[in-house]
Design a protein around this ligand. Structure first.
Ligand SMILES: *[C@@H]1O[C@H](CO)[C@@H](O)[C@H](O)[C@H]1NC(C)=O
Ligand SMILES: *[C@@H]1O[C@H](CO)[C@@H](O)[C@H](O)[C@H]1NC(C)=O
Ligand SMILES: *[C@@H]1O[C@H](CO)[C@@H](O)[C@H](O)[C@H]1NC(C)=O
Length: 193
């Protein structure tokens, strides 16, 4: 999708209010950490303002890798990769034509995403599993579809996935930020001596 397409897409989808992701996830304590961070990062508002959306929910145990020592801005980038701008339920996941596709995510709309950093690869794996990974070529499909959580047909689908989807670009950003933090601390130390 081009920037113009995205702009038009946003225009047509803003101001629709058919669902409340916070309320949906409140019924499932196993996603309470994910839910809390959707609110803290304001991604919940963006999810609520859109139609035809799929949220890949991470169980509390899988959230620690996302949250650990990362600033909220980075957590937001990572989580925005878990919001697909298309509707997938369990049935559709298993009926992907040719067994593999890509979907754009909310991360694509932030302006930070270049190339296919903002998209995810969805692949019907052998043995009935569906794998998710970054759409950057040769990325691992390290996250798998575990179960369906909630569907409001064709408006919002919430699916559970096993592990966070990490894009290389986002990972580099993590390193960059931790380096920044490191040099900031060194400077503070030097100032004191
Ligand atoms: C889906 O969203 C549309 C547009 O807001 C709304 O009219 C429709 O009632 C919603 N469907 C459900 C099942 O909530
Ligand atoms: C969504 O639900 C939460 C929890 O019930 C509530 O605090 C929030 O105000 C709701 N958001 C909207 C936009 O209605
Ligand atoms: C998704 O990833 C797999 C494994 O890397 C790859 O074979 C497939 O071509 C990718 N699908 C798309 C649509 O890019």
């Amino acid at each position: 999708m081009t920037a113009l397409h995205f702009f038009l897409f946003t225009l047509f989808t803003v101001s629709v209010h058919a669902h409340n992701i916070t309320e949906i996830l409140n019924q499932f304590p196993e996603y309470s950490v994910f839910n809390s961070y959707l609110s803290q990062t304001k991604l919940a508002d963006e999810i609520n303002s859109r139609e035809t959306i799929t949220v890949l929910a991470l169980p509390n145990g899988a959230m620690s890798a996302v949250v650990d020592k990362h600033p909220l801005s980075v957590i937001k980038n990572v989580l925005s990769l878990h919001v697909l701008l298309d509707y997938f339920d369990g049935t559709k996941l298993h009926k992907i034509s040719d067994g593999t596709t890509t979907s754009t995510t909310l991360y694509q709309t932030t302006g930070n995403a270049h190339g296919n950093v903002g998209s995810v690869n969805i692949t019907d794996l052998k043995g009935g599993k569906v794998g998710f990974g970054s759409a950057i070529p040769n990325s691992p499909l390290a996250s798998t579809y575990t179960k369906s959580v909630k569907q409001i047909q064709y408006n919002i689908s919430v699916l559970e996935v096993s592990a966070p989807i990490i894009a290389l670009g986002v990972k580099h950003l993590l390193h960059y930020l931790s380096n920044l933090e490191f040099s900031r601390r060194i400077k503070l130390l030097l100032r004191r001596v």
